[in-house]
Design a protein around this ligand. Structure first.
Ligand SMILES: NC(=O)c1ccc[n+]([C@@H]2O[C@H](COP(=O)([O-])OP(=O)(O)OC[C@H]3O[C@@H](n4cnc5c(N)ncnc54)[C@H](O)[C@@H]3O)[C@@H](O)[C@H]2O)c1
Length: 427
């Protein structure tokens, strides 16, 4: 199998490979496999392996004590052949251009797989939001937006919340962009507050998608199945509640502060309230403490990784006991781990299928704006469900027909649709 590479923007070094570089290598591996199955020629492979635009910016931050720090920011548009670029903005200390490129590539396949007319993008700032005051965070966000302004916009590239960012971040983005434009531009982002034109359904859309994909994988009968969720943020916490609402027993949850377990089932709302009050799940009195590693290896039916990349590796995959993994997070499983899980008969619903709910509802939000219509929350949810279930069934059919995993099938479909768009546009 040929190996795809993208030109490095950092000088050669003997430093250990960053998690971002590992995520990009995994993304290129998935592309390579799909390209082989689709018999793509070398030129198209090279185009699909390389971001269309990749912008690295310096973001000076004036700290409360008067110091000036400089952090790096990125916006990568991987592919815009099928429509405007779309993707999240992450604030995280380990964010680098490789991670952002990997996530942007995943967005391209995800949108194509869901059948929505967007390309893939991702942005990020290498900063720890927890270490900044609200005013510092606002300054970082506004400065970052000013730096990436030339390539974003409602018709070009539309950001959304992701790890370390939220509705408030989106409101600052919308305001900074609008001040520069001279008029309000709510369509420059999705996932903002209702006051800034955001759809209320967007906040939990990714988690609703995780629920629909998980239920499809369980053939609609989650009753009594035990679930462990890694990551209790914007995706993991509502996903835990939606799975509990559907009848599953959420027995363990983790976040960056720790992990907790209760084999009789966690009160997810109680845990959310505790986490909000104390800053994390650690110490929740209605459960026992657990290590981060043990949560992944717990004897449960379903594991939902909903934290960061590279959680399931060659090292821990042999000890994973869940029969079903539903990837709420992006790139949580390395290719080596994937092989081990497939050999062990574990079903993995891949990220580009399981966590597509957010971008799908962003698209539904955009459709409503374009038609000057407003659908009820029930209508939005029904459409989301239809699109996730349809994508799931298409992936399952290709997987069964070709004897490949759900991840391989999802990439064959996503990459295939983007390749077809390239050919038909004569690119
Ligand atoms: N927010 C979205 O709409 C969306 C859409 C698609 C994909 N995703 C993916 O979902 C994942 C989570 O995104 P989010 O928006 O929920 O971010 P978030 O920042 O809201 O939540 C991340 C959670 O992971 C926890 N965490 C971090 N390191 C951990 C570790 N080692 N062990 C356990 N928990 C850990 C954090 O404490 C936090 O609870 C990311 O991979 C992201 O790419 C998010």
């Amino acid at each position: 199998m040929r190996t795809l590479t993208v030109p490095s923007t950092t000088p050669a070094t003997t430093a250990p490979v960053s998690p971002g570089r590992q995520a990009l290598d995994s993304a290129l591996f998935q592309l390579d496999q799909a390209a082989d199955r689709l018999n793509l020629d070398d030129s198209l492979r090279a185009v699909l392996a390389t971001p269309r635009r990749s912008l690295t910016v310096s973001v000076p931050v004036r700290r409360e004590d008067g110091r000036m720090d400089v952090v790096q920011g990125f916006r990568v548009q991987h592919n815009i052949t099928r429509g405007p670029a779309k993707g999240g903005i992450r604030f995280h200390p380990r964010t680098d251009v490789h991670e952002v490129t990997a996530l942007a590539m995943g967005m391209t396949w995800k949108c194509a797989l869901a059948g929505i007319p967007y390309g893939g993008a991702q942005g990020g700032v290498s900063v720890d939001p927890a270490s900044l005051s609200a005013r510092e965070l606002e300054r970082v966000t506004r400065r970052y937006v000013n730096e990436v302004l030339p390539i974003v916009g409602p018709e070009r590239d539309v950001p959304a919340p992701e790890v370390g960012t939220d509705r408030r971040t989106m409101a600052w983005i919308m305001d900074t962009y609008s001040v520069n434009a001279g008029y309000p531009v709510p369509g420059v982002m999705t996932g903002g507050s209702a006051a800034c034109g955001g759809a209320p359904e967007r906040a939990e859309a990714t988690s609703r998608g995780v629920r629909f994909a998980a239920l499809r994988a369980m053939r609609g009968s989650p009753g009594g199945r035990t679930v462990a969720v890694q990551g209790f943020g914007k995706v993991g916490a509502p996903a835990a509640r939606h799975l509990a609402d559907a009848g599953a027993l959420v027995v363990a949850v983790s976040d960056s502060t720790g992990a907790v377990v209760n084999r009789s089932g966690l009160d997810v709302d109680g845990l959310r309230a505790w986490s909000k009050e104390t800053g994390g799940v650690r110490g929740y009195p209605e459960a026992d403490p657990l290590s981060h590693d043990d949560l992944l290896e717990l004897d449960v039916d379903v594991l939902v990784p909903a934290a960061l990349e590279g959680a399931i590796t060659e090292e821990n995959a042999p000890r994973i006991r869940a029969g079903l993994i539903v990837e709420g997070a992006s790139c949580p499983t390395t290719p080596e781990a994937d092989r081990i899980l497939a050999d062990a008969g574990v079903t993995v619903v891949p990220d580009i299928l399981a966590n597509a709910g957010g971008v799908i509802v962003s698209y539904l939000e955009w459709l409503q704006e374009a038609q000057a219509r407003s659908w009820s929350a029930r209508e939005v949810d029904a459409r989301l469900r239809g699109l996730v279930e349809n994508a799931f069934d298409t992936v399952a059919a290709v997987s069964a027909e070709c004897g490949i995993t759900l991840r391989q099938a999802a990439h064959v479909i996503g990459v295939g649709r983007v390749a077809e768009a390239h050919r038909s546009r004569g690119l």
